[in-house]
Design a protein around this ligand. Structure first.
Ligand SMILES: *Cc1c(COP(=O)(O)O)cnc(C)c1O
Length: 420
């Protein structure tokens, strides 16, 4: 059967061993094709119930007693479960703050530890907030550093240039595991090894890989990582992030934002800071309990599905999307802005076109397909294998083709900033 037949996609859905997980999500508009789970994951039915209980019973009735009845443990408890997704132990991962703040804490801790060295290395594929945070860290460190941003070809990680740049003057290497525009995914073990060989610390941002690309921080011997929970983990808008510190680094590194939640005995209300002996000293202030608790149902569901099975499905789905791109869209001027090789990419695909902005607007407004747009020309199509169907991919690509054939994008003009 030709891959351009709807029946082909229907058959893939019928054979998909993970298909039933979609029923766990709130999807009351089946005609809306959502391909932006890499920016904001969908709502789980269970999260809706948990939210109701959190507000009505836990806050409404338990009041302050809630802290002793579970709230204070949520950050470690959910961190431990995220650890299972990324190859880390339960006492090495904790939920707190935002990805940007966690990056700041770990990056500044790392460069202050390695303070005889004068360089931080990253690449130009990294997320802007990561670059801004690293610029601030370079300025604020005990001994100011240079931030070196290694240029790429806009799609692939500049592995050889990184290898050449990482030297015995490098304090820290900070990279996104899967990069936000092209979806290029680094070989975590290989790059971590390069950093180690030079005596530099490695810090991975797993925001675009956690929950979609299996990773094994222990196998890579990675010391530090951070990541986001509102993307593939489906934690909800602005849900707090996580940080990972390998056990043998927990005593050596100090949190630069010392707050009472990181104190070894916070309820002594002592005048001086004495840090907690374990990972908790990377906490600072009171966590947002409601949005922290809502991370757990999504993580539980991914653990039940299994990262290897999710990755298998993700690779099949991005490959199917590329097959349709080749048949239908490449002839209409769409470029592939992601790696062609499955092993080098995460779970989203970026397609470029000279008219990308207008096309993405027509796709959203006229065709009810939600991707997102990232300058200069990327239409990002995010596949969340836990709930995306093959027929969603078929529909999205079919409707994208209609936008072109019917020239629907000609109704749109100006360039604007937007979340979608
Ligand atoms: C999504 C994302 C962030 C988001 O950071 P916030 O602090 O939550 O705004 C940071 N870094 C990367 C690589 C991301 O993909």
């Amino acid at each position: 059967m030709p891959i351009t037949d709807l029946a082909y996609a229907q058959q893939l859905d019928a054979q998909d061993p993970l298909a039933h997980f979609r029923d766990q999500f709130v999807i009351d508009d089946p005609d809306l094709i959502y391909l932006d789970g890499n920016s904001l994951g969908r709502l789980l039915k269970r999260s809706r119930d948990v939210a109701q209980d959190l507000v009505d019973r836990q806050w409404g009735k338990q009041l302050i007693r809630g802290w002793n009845e579970g709230w204070i443990d949520l950050q470690s408890q959910i961190g431990g479960k995220i650890g299972q997704l990324i190859g880390a132990d339960a006492d090495e991962v904790i939920v707190a703050d935002s990805t940007s703040i966690n990056l700041f804490k770990l990056a500044l801790a790392a460069v202050n530890f390695n303070n005889g060295r004068s360089k931080i290395i990253t690449d130009d594929l990294n997320f802007p907030s990561d670059l801004y945070i690293l610029q601030g860290v370079a300025r604020l460190a005990k001994r100011p550093l240079q931030l070196q941003i290694i240029p790429s070809d806009d799609i692939h990680g500049p592995v050889e240039a990184l290898a050449a740049a990482i030297d015995d003057d490098t304090a820290l290497v900070a990279l996104s595991h899967t990069v936000f525009k092209s979806s290029y995914t680094y070989d975590m073990a290989k790059i971590t090894q390069l950093a180690h060989n030079a005596g530099a610390l490695m810090l991975w941002d797993m925001s675009h890989s956690v929950g979609s690309v299996p990773a094994d921080l222990h196998a890579a011997n990675a010391p530090l990582a951070v990541g986001c929970t509102y993307k593939y983990l489906n934690g909800g808008p602005g849900s707090p992030a996580f940080l990972y510190v390998q056990r043998n680094w927990q005593r050596k590194l100090g949190n630069p934002i010392t707050g009472w939640m990181g104190h070894e005995s916070m309820f002594d209300f002592a005048l001086d800071y004495e840090r907690d002996a374990g990972l908790r000293h990377f906490l600072t202030g009171t966590p947002p309990v409601l949005s922290t608790a809502l991370i757990e149902p999504g993580v539980d569901l991914l653990l039940e599905a299994g990262m290897d099975r999710l990755r298998d499905k993700s690779v099949q789905q991005t490959s199917y999307l590329l097959d349709l791109w080749r048949e239908w869209l490449a002839p209409l001027g769409f470029r592939l802005n992601s790696p062609a090789e499955a092993a080098q990419r995460g779970s989203h695909i970026s397609l470029g076109h000279d008219d990308s902005w207008r096309i993405s607007q027509a796709l959203i407004n006229e065709m009810r397909v939600i991707p997102d747009f990232r300058k200069p020309d990327n239409i990002r199509l995010g596949i969340a294998p836990i709930y995306t169907r093959y027929t969603d991919i078929y529909e999205a690509m079919h409707r994208l083709r209609q936008v072109m054939l019917e020239k629907l994008y000609e109704r749109y003009s100006s360039m604007e900033n937007t979340f979608t």
